[in-house]
Design a protein around this ligand. Structure first.
Ligand code: SF4
Length: 333
């Protein structure tokens, strides 16, 4: 059971700190759509989610830098330089997520004022999705891999049906897809995806096997075991698979040893034998550190954790005859 005291004063303090990182002229607008500071911060209650619509510009496949270094990207190997994003917001509400700070900067112009709500509590969906699917010349990306998705989970409950429509347009046209999800809803599409085995890889992210920590940092996401099970199922269908172990958090009161946690993950990886393994530690983006600190009720010291954990990652994987790629801190994504 989760045993974290709801400390309203601490959250308020953290929210104020987070707000101070946002330009002053935005603060009044933020206050106008968040009734109280508490609305702006932590609330796992999904009834608080506000929905809106926006017009998406085709083509649905856009340039992305999360790709191979030799292709001019940042080395995350998540596509051939392309991504498919078709929502503004992500109701999984992961506390470490890097995306909210982007929407807080650009999202109001692009979608609307709901982006000023707490992360996880706004979601804009395209009003012209069918038209955008139709107007995207999918054949242009025949044999080219795109990531689905980099700014939201493609299998949020509100997006799963749209995702299926995109798959049915993109895959027969030869587009390759790196499907990145934390949601077991992808399981419903595995039989269809298996018809395009050479074009698809299924990747899930797991930050920890400690369920209490997972519940805090990924409040609306299925437990880590359920995500690992997606990979088990995908392999049964003969699909390419990947597991991203991220973000690995440094030592915390709730989970004192990142090494022991990762060792348990490595044991699962050895059982599952995914085709790709990636690792990354927590990085500071936007207000994610102050929000996490308030939620965990302690200061997070990243120090040289990136280098220490990188070495531990490779050493532990080697112990289990596995290979993986570590994503070092990169400020431009
Ligand atoms: S699933 Fe991904 S995009 Fe969505 S909140 Fe979590 S980290 Fe952010």
């Amino acid at each position: 059971m989760l045993n974290v005291e709801y400390n309203r004063d601490k959250y308020r303090e953290a929210a104020l700190k987070a707000w101070s990182t946002i330009r002053r002229n935005k603060i009044e607008k933020l206050k106008a759509v968040n009734e109280t500071f508490d609305d702006y911060i932590f609330d796992v209650d999904s009834r608080k989610i506000a929905y809106g619509t926006y017009r998406i510009n085709p083509p649905l496949i856009k340039k992305s830098k999360l790709t191979w270094v030799e292709k001019g990207g940042v080395g995350k190997e998540l596509s051939d330089g392309w991504s498919l994003n078709y929502a503004v917001g992500c109701t999984h509400a992961c506390r470490f997520c890097y995306v909210d700070s982007i929407h807080k900067r650009y999202g109001e112009r692009r979608a609307g004022p709901l982006v000023n709500r707490a992360w996880g509590n706004y979601l804009y969906l395209p009003s012209n999705m069918d038209e955008a699917i139709e107007k995207t010349k999918w054949e242009k990306w025949n044999g080219i891999e795109a990531m689905m998705s980099s700014t939201h989970d493609p299998y949020l409950p509100t997006l799963a049906a749209t995702t299926r429509k995109i798959l049915e347009a993109a895959l027969p046209a030869g587009v390759k897809l790196c499907i990145q999800t934390r949601s077991p809803l992808v399981s419903n599409d595995l039989d269809y995806l298996a018809e395009f085995k050479d074009q698809v890889r299924i990747q899930v992210s797991v930050a920890t096997l400690n369920r209490d920590l997972a519940r805090i940092i990924e409040p609306r996401v299925a437990p880590p075991e359920a995500r690992l099970n997606i990979i088990r199922e995908a392999k049964d269908y003969g699909l390419n698979t990947g597991i991203i172990v991220a973000p690995i958090m440094p030592a915390l009161k709730i989970r004192p040893s990142p090494s022991e946690d990762f060792e348990e993950i490595a044991i699962r990886l050895a059982e599952l034998q995914p085709d790709k393994i990636y690792g990354e530690c927590l990085h500071a983006r936007g207000s994610n550190m102050s929000e996490l600190e308030a939620m965990l009720d302690e200061k997070i010291d990243l120090g040289n954790f990136d280098s220490v954990m990188e070495a531990r990652f490779h050493k532990t994987l080697k112990k289990y005859n596995l290979n993986g790629r570590w994503w070092k801190e990169h400020r431009s994504n």
